[in-house]
Design a protein around this ligand. Structure first.
Ligand SMILES: CC(C)(COP(=O)(O)OP(=O)(O)OC[C@H]1O[C@@H](n2cnc3c(N)ncnc32)[C@H](O)[C@@H]1OP(=O)(O)O)[C@@H](O)C(=O)NCCC(=O)NCCS
Length: 190
C-alpha cells in the first residue's frame, strides 16, 4: 500500500528495510534489516516511511528513525479528499477515497485507510489507524495508537481513549476509556 501510495505521488521508493522478506517487493529492493537505517542515513538518505500496521510498533520505529535524523513526510493519495483547513501529521498516510473534512486534525503516523471518513473538527492523536470505510463523525477524538476497525462508525463528539480497539462494524455511541476493546452495535466492551 505504502509503495503504491508514494508511486502515485511520483516518488519511487529506493529500498526497503525489514527483518525478513523476499529480495524485493513490488519491484523495490530489500536493502537490509531495520538496523541498517543508520548506515543509509550516513549515505545521505534523509526521508523514510514506516509501513507497519501495528500501531505501537510503527510509533517505536518512527521514533528511532527521527532520532537518526530522517524526515517522515506525510503522504496523501491524489484520490483522497483532504480539506485545505485539515492538518495531517508527519509520517501519516491517507489512502484512496478517504475524506478528511474541515478543521480535522490528524496527528503523526496515522493510517487513514481506503474510504475512511474523518469528519469536521475531529482530532486524532499519534499512530492511530482508521480502518477501511470507517466513519468518524464531527468532533470525534481518538487517542494514541487506537485502531478503529473496518466499517465502524463513531457518533459525533465521542472520545475514544488511547490504545483502544474498536471492532469492525461497531457503532460507538459513548466514550471509550483507554485500553479497552469494544465491538457490536451499540459498541460494548468485550
Ligand atoms: C474485534 C476483533 C478484534 C476480535 O478479534 P478476535 O479476538 O480474534 O475475535 P474472534 O474472531 O476470535 O471472535 C470472537 C467472538 O467475537 C465475535 N466478533 C469478532 N469480531 C467481531 C466484530 N467486529 N463485531 C462483532 N462480533 C465480533 C466473533 O463472532 C466471535 O463470537 P462467538 O464467540 O460468539 O463465535 C476483530 O474481529 C476485529 O473486528 N478487528 C478489527 C480489524 C480491522 O477492521 N482492521 C482494520 C485494518 S485493515
Amino acid at each position: 500500500m505504502v509503495i503504491e501510495l508514494w508511486r502515485a505521488l511520483g516518488v519511487e521508493p529506493q529500498g526497503l528495510l525489514a527483518e525478513a522478506g523476499p529480495p524485493s517487493l513490488l519491484g523495490v529492493p530489500l536493502l537490509g534489516r531495520p538496523l541498517e537505517a543508520e548506515r543509509l542515513r550516513r549515505q545521505g538518505i534523509d526521508r523514510a516511511a514506516v509501513a507497519v500496521g501495528d500501531n505501537a510498533a510503527r510509533e517505536r520505529l518512527a521514533a528511532a528513525l527521527v532520532r537518526l535524523g530522517f524526515a517522515l513526510p506525510p503522504a496523501v493519495h491524489p484520490a483522497a479528499r483532504v480539506s485545505p483547513s485539515a492538518e495531517i501529521g508527519a509520517g501519516s498516510v491517507v489512502l484512496p477515497s478517504a475524506v478528511i473534512a474541515a478543521a480535522a486534525r490528524v496527528g503523526p503516523l496515522a493510517i487513514i485507510n481506503h474510504a475512511a471518513v474523518v469528519d469536521h473538527d475531529a482530532a486524532l492523536e499519534q499512530a492511530v489507524h482508521i480502518g477501511p470505510g470507517a466513519v468518524l463523525a464531527g468532533e470525534v477524538r481518538v487517542g494514541a495508537r487506537s485502531l478503529v476497525g473496518a466499517g465502524a462508525v463513531v457518533k459525533p463528539g465521542v472520545t475514544i481513549g488511547a490504545d483502544v480497539l474498536v471492532g469492525a462494524g461497531a457503532v460507538v455511541v459513548r466514550p471509550v476509556p483507554a485500553g479497552l476493546r469494544v465491538m457490536g452495535v451499540p459498541a460494548r466492551p468485550v
